[in-house]
Design a protein around this ligand. Structure first.
Ligand code: GLY
Length: 330
């Protein structure tokens, strides 16, 4: 598979270096330009996109597509950062965050939700059946159970063993995640954006959050404007990585506003990374990736550290792309 990164690697004889300069940011391009289209974060986005695509090609709505798409990693115990089988928190509990938003500006969210395999579907129900945007913790669980969701144990034996080992080793919590050549223990959120045949754009974002986080911690993923934002007149954006940095800069909202002001999706994602670099002194120890889609079906991304990739599917292509990074290895 020819990704942008592998193309760059093949095209240069330069030895590995770490660059830190605005020059690195120059020339990022956005791809695509057709719809239906679905894009999502990380390699777990490939099977998720496939599920979303099956809705889109039949003429289904982007809202149905993104919900169907992200339910795939939510149910997959091998994806240890989303839904069932997710890494637990410091108390050994799997607590989930998710949100969904459509082109009309409707939004729903759940945070700190336990025992429900598909938080994204609960978030959609919050959006469609309540006057609220966000339900949290026990309240979200009560709402889910009252609406027919089943209470389940989301902690798999594999993750229980990993948590016990983590406790025994008294390891310190690490936020440095998703960086190339490092253990991907904290491999992250799925954020998905799709445009359907009628040009409607929706997004979804769902995660078990940072592994071994403090009990009660909520990240960016269920926060409208942080982990996800959609504006039906402009486009949408999702974020992945250290949620605290994204929350402090309202990253996805920022990306969409940059697109509103004429930036391409890639340029808009760069600007959001630049904002983090400007405002958050400790940003070098973190990974954050943004992924954006505009109404023309053009998409792009940008991240702090090498190692973030995203999956794309439209009528002509299905691929995994390495995102351009602020700290770049050539
Ligand atoms: N981006 C996911 C989290 O920080 O929980």
């Amino acid at each position: 598979m020819q990704t942008r990164r592998s193309f760059i690697k093949k095209s240069t004889a330069v030895l590995p270096v770490i660059c830190f300069s605005n020059q690195v940011l120059a020339g990022a391009v956005s791809d695509g330009g057709s719809f239906p289209v679905v894009i999502s974060t990380w390699n777990h986005g490939l099977p998720a996109n496939q599920a979303a695509w099956e809705v889109l090609v039949k003429g289904g709505s982007s809202l149905d597509a993104v919900e169907a798409g992200v339910r795939v990693p939510e149910a997959d115990p091998e994806v240890i950062t989303v839904g069932y089988g997710g890494i637990p928190d410091a108390d050994g509990k799997v607590t989930l965050d998710a949100c969904i938003m459509d082109e009309k500006g409707r939004a729903g969210s759940v945070t700190f939700l336990e025992h429900i395999k598909h938080p994204i579907s609960v978030a959609r129900l919050v959006m469609e059946k309540t006057p609220h945007v966000m339900l949290s913790g026990d309240g979200a669980l009560k709402f889910a159970l009252e609406n027919g969701f089943k209470k389940e144990n989301l902690l798999t034996p594999k993750m229980k063993a990993a948590w016990k080992k983590w406790k025994k080793e008294k390891r310190t919590f690490s936020t440095k995640i998703n960086i190339e050549n490092q253990l991907l223990e904290n491999h992250d959120t799925i954020g998905m954006l799709a445009i359907d045949k009628e040009g409607r754009l929706s997004g979804a974002c769902t995660t078990s959050g940072m592994g071994y986080k403090l009990h009660g911690r909520v990240g960016d993923s269920p926060i409208i404007g942080a982990g996800l934002f959609v504006d039906g007149e402009v486009g949408g954006a999702v974020a992945t990585g250290s949620g605290e940095l994204v929350m402090k800069t309202l990253g996805s909202f920022l990306v969409v506003e940059m697109m509103r002001n004429g930036k391409s999706p890639s340029e808009a994602c760069e600007e959001a990374v630049k904002r983090i670099a400007k405002k958050i002194p400790d940003y070098k120890n973190h990974q954050v990736g943004f992924l954006a889609l505009n109404l023309k079906g053009e998409y792009g991304s940008f991240c702090i550290q090498p190692g973030f990739n995203y999956a794309v599917k439209n009528g002509s292509t299905e691929k995994l792309i390495d995102a351009e990074a602020w700290f770049k290895t050539l």
